[in-house]
Design a protein around this ligand. Sequence first.
Ligand code: ATP
Length: 237
Amino acid sequence: MTATHLIEARGLARYYGSQCAVQGISLELHPGEVLGLLGPNGAGKSTTLSMISGNLAPSAGRILINGIDLLDAPRQAKRHLGYLPEHPPLYRDLTVDEYLRYAARLHGLARSEVSEAVELAKSRTGLEDAGHALINILSKGFQQRVGIAQAIVHQPAVVILDEPTVGLDPLQIREIRDLILELSREHGVILSTHILAEVQATCHRVMIINRGQTVYTDTLQHLAEQRPSTALKVAFA
Ligand code: ATP
């Protein structure tokens, strides 16, 4: 393994009891890259991202984040990661500022660093004027912005977004896509989605998984050339 990758994962597997959710998944994320993780319902996308973000222990495999072994040194490795889960716990009774301050501390920022970090995260996600708003009253699109803001508040090298546009209306989807493109100027990004158009609009490379296994990994250009292969039919069925 080499430290030139933001993420390098090898041979990931996860069992739930005797059920195998993910088997033999390997992936790399390069600096400046947006990697799309594509696959149908139940393919294993969230399980893979939960393992890579350090929130779910793999049954097998190894994960390096910026060269740091996530399983051996989770605190140090997680410092380089921001993660928006598919179903984020948004602490809806807090204001945006309160929640982001809390997230900043959770991510290990010192008290003296929090205010500046929160202001920067808000400005990068279009939340400059929403600091005093209760998360509860925000639209779903703005709640996703808050979720993304907490994922970048500590300026991680990598941002992992699990289906960030699910449940949003078309305008909100476009806004979140634009935001992802903005993020990719400063962070490596892994984006999980069901939607090919989302990958085409934002990703450099795509990895398709089905039934817990990788069926395709390549550039978007090759993806376009190969349609409709068996692997792609699986992903877009
Ligand atoms: P979706 O797009 O619907 O979110 P996904 O590609 O993210 O799907 P996962 O949520 O990772 O897929 O699920 C992969 C498999 O693991 C599925 O068969 C799912 O039912 C199973 N699974 C996921 N979480 C658990 C759990 N906590 N306990 C048992 N089985 C689980």
